[in-house]
Design a protein around this ligand. Structure first.
Ligand SMILES: *Cc1c(COP(=O)(O)O)cnc(C)c1O
Length: 360
């Protein structure tokens, strides 16, 4: 039986993307590759619903590399930023701002699964903050934050808004220009459903201006250099060429099928199908504000991690375990990548089989 992957990344890729992975890697300082990269930029901007003056940078490095690059190119020790910390990805922004880059910050700490409300933001109104960092879908607990509310708060306080959409891009509705986000980040291995290796930073016009004035103490993460090279469809250093070709195939596929809204609707429908089917089994939902990309579940009778192991070892199905304190209490079922409602049924049947064997 073929492996079925319900993790939140890397996820399953379609045939076309997989075939590109089997090809020789072409030389990239060519007009052909530049053209492909300019198309990647155009489609990324379109799908992020970014403003006309926005630009796109492709970083060879996983999503966290782009999180770090965004922090380094947006803020200095003269800033004061607010970080939403609702789980392990929020904690990563805290770590980047606080321990690594020493940017003054406050954190809004949320319980696992808790949603963000106006009441959480109110105490920070008019307090001299300059930036805001948030994981649009806090993937560790599948919480989708209200970006319209956050956008209003940021506009009101003139905050530079960094939106980590690594797992939300394509999966949840996101309109960068309307929200007023300055930076949007995503990665190749989530809803883009390509192998890991590339992360993407979309910068608003305002963000491009800011980045171009920054003095960044880094060779690899100085986005000025990436922006300059990107004007001609190139990167300063050798990129993950094959992954960028795979991203191109995926972006074109999404465009052919009707664009970002069609893709988002497909992922939303897959998530809804699963959430309906899982209701008859002994699980509780964890997220107060469910994102489309992933369903975190609390098993009522057994360890979450044991379910992960049993499905992997005896059914060839991968779901996503949680780390840290949620290891035994929460597991996650992803809805990203080349999956269909029949695959949800296969997973549900495996869980029912486990139940009949007394393992659920
Ligand atoms: C997956 C993910 C990341 C990036 O993780 P990497 O392992 O560095 O690719 C960042 N933020 C969120 C919200 C994610 O889901």
């Amino acid at each position: 039986m073929e492996m079925l992957n319900f993790t939140v990344g890397p996820v399953m890729s379609n045939e076309e993307v997989r075939a590109i992975g089997g090809e020789q890697v072409p030389y990239f300082r060519t007009a052909e590759f530049s053209e492909l990269m300019l198309e990647n930029e155009r489609l990324m901007k379109k799908f992020a619903k970014a403003d006309e003056g926005a630009r796109v940078v492709f970083i060879t490095g996983s999503g966290s590399a782009s999180m770090e690059a965004s922090v380094m190119n947006s803020f200095t020790q003269q800033d004061k930023v607010l970080v939403v910390n609702g789980g392990s990805f929020g904690a990563r922004f805290v770590k980047l701002c606080c321990d690594v880059h020493e940017i003054p910050f406050s954190e809004i700490k949320l319980r696992p699964g808790q949603k963000l409300t106006e009441d959480h933001l109110k105490p920070y109104d008019g307090q001299g903050y300059t930036g805001f960092l948030v994981n649009v879908d806090e993937t560790s607990t599948g919480v989708l934050y209200d970006m319209e509310m956050i956008g209003r708060f940021c506009r009101r306080n003139n905050l530079f808004l960094v939106a980590d959409c690594v797992s939300a891009f394509l999966a949840d509705p996101f309109n960068m220009a309307e929200i007023g986000a300055d930076i949007m980040i995503t990665g190749s291995q989530k809803a883009l459903a390509c192998p890991p290796g590339i992360s993407v930073i979309v910068l608003s016009k305002r963000a491009v201006e800011r980045v171009n004035q920054m003095h960044v103490r880094s060779l690899y993460f100085d986005l000025k250099d990436s922006l300059k090279n990107g004007e001609r469809g190139q990167t300063p250093f050798t990129p993950a060429v094959s992954v960028l070709r795979q991203i191109n195939a995926r972006l074109r596929e999404i465009e052919r099928n009707g664009g970002v809204d069609t893709e988002t609707a497909k992922i939303a429908a897959l998530a809804a199908d699963f959430r309906e089917k899982i209701k008859e089994l002994p699980f509780e939902f964890v997220s107060e504000s469910p994102a489309n990309g992933v369903t975190p579940l609390h098993p009522l009778n057994v360890s979450a991690y044991d379910i992960f192991l049993e499905l992997k070892d005896n059914y060839n199905i991968w779901i996503c375990p949680n780390g840290g304190e949620l290891k035994d209490t929460v597991l996650r079922v992803g809805h990203l990548g080349d999956l269909a409602p029949e695959d949800n049924t296969t997973l549900i049947n495996a869980l029912k089989d486990m139940q009949s064997r007394g393992l659920l």
